[in-house]
Design a protein. Structure first.
Length: 392
């Protein structure tokens, strides 16, 4: 029975995932300790989430900041190891998602002999060029409890040789936060403030596979400008993405693609819920748009969240202009209806805490080899060229 867990958050996608966990532990009288690594330190990327989601101030703030993958991971490991060594009675570490803070704290917990739980376990894009994919594989190999959001995540883990006793399908933790605040988000005045009084599309881009490839970025931005002729686009732009656009010499026509500052959690949800369609390379937004019933065009060639395609509103469109424009035409005439995905019901955190509160010892295990991959056929089912995962 877990009595004093540590919950780790570090980057913008983590915060909506830790808030339900903190509430669920508090409701059961469990002294959960929240640690903020500082991987995202901008107010809109961290403090705004704490305020919107009602998260209490973390008991530890490691203040790591930016850096290369190696620098950031090493910095978090060093700081978290020191912080963890000063705590009494910690009997579990919970990490969420796939960012550098996640893998860094997972490594420290495993080396310190503290049982580890991974929320959003089992997600795979089968693309080892993605830093997040490396993080997912490593964290899952080290974890005592693997809390998965969907059946394919279970299948991925089993294909890698993970013991079934470690796998717990609990649902999508991010949906807990979305459903908890959606009514508040819909009332936000952000559309009026941005002058979005007619149909618009929403854009988010940040992954290196797109924004770090200048030719690809130029082509995609050109395609978005073409879309903007008929559906003006609003683009809350990450500072790193803005720098890449500037470096590539992309000229932005603000009448078609309007760049705005990163939005807080509630304001972004308001835009997302009211958009005619969403362009993204983010994993979490593929999930949110499915629950909201908003057409999502994912500018990637693979996804670690295939359930958003088979049961949601998501479609992989890659980077080719003709494919994207054809998908836009389809999306604009698609019926908008929220999708009901099993266990994506707002109760995921409760299930996780119930499992951790069982009066049993954590299961022991031998980590599977990090070199084991599922079959090529299984991996291919998550990629763009697989027609069965395209929405018609």
């Amino acid at each position: 029975m877990i009595r004093r867990p540590v919950i780790v958050a570090g980057a913008r996608p983590n915060f909506p995932k830790v808030a339900p966990l903190m509430r669920a532990f508090a409701n059961r009288g469990v002294d959960a300790l929240l640690v903020h690594t500082g991987q995202h330190y901008d107010a809109n990327m961290s403090q705004g989430f704490f305020d919107a989601l009602g998260i209490s101030e973390p008991v530890g703030n490691l203040g790591i900041g930016s850096g290369s993958h190696a620098q950031q991971t090493a910095g978090v490991m060093t700081a978290f190891e020191a912080w963890l060594g000063e705590q009494d009675g910690v009997d579990a570490v919970l990490v969420v998602g796939d960012v550098n803070s996640t893998v860094a704290c997972a490594l420290v917990a495993a080396k310190s002999g503290v049982p580890l739980g991974h929320v959003e376990a089992g997600l795979r894009s089968f693309d080892r060029s993605m830093p997040e994919e490396i993080n997912r594989v490593v964290v899952d190999a080290l974890s005592t409890w693997l809390f998965t959001p969907a059946p394919e995540a279970d299948e991925n883990l089993l294909a890698e040789g993970v013991e079934p006793a470690r796998i717990h399908r609990v649902g999508n933790i991010m949906v807990d936060s979305l459903l908890a605040v959606l009514d508040r988000a819909r009332l936000r005045p952000v559309r009026q403030m941005l002058g979005l009084d007619r149909q618009f599309g929403l854009v988010t881009l940040h992954r290196p596979a797109l924004v770090d490839e200048a030719d690809r970025l130029i082509d995609v931005m050109g395609t978005l400008h073409e879309v903007g002729r008929s559906v003006p686009l609003v683009f809350p732009i990450h500072p790193r993405t803005r720098a890449k656009i500037d470096a590539a010499g992309v000229e932005i026509d603000g009448r078609r693609v309007r760049l705005v500052e990163p939005q807080g959690y509630l304001d972004f949800l308001c835009l997302e819920a009211n958009a005619a369609l969403v362009f993204t390379d983010s994993g979490g937004i593929q999930e949110e748009t499915s629950i909201l019933g908003v057409p999502c065009l994912t500018l990637r060639e693979n996804t670690e969240r295939p359930i958003t395609i088979t049961q949601g509103t998501n479609r992989l469109v890659g980077y080719e202009r003709a494919t994207i424009l054809a998908a836009v035409a389809d999306a604009l005439v698609t019926d908008r209806a929220p999708r009901s995905i099993p266990l994506w019901d707002g109760l995921t955190a409760e299930r996780i805490v119930d499992i951790l509160r069982l009066p049993t010892e954590p299961p022991t295990f031998i980590p599977p080899s990090l070199l084991v991959d599922p079959s090529a056929e299984f991996a291919a089912s998550r990629h763009l060229e697989q027609p069965s995962l395209r929405l018609s």
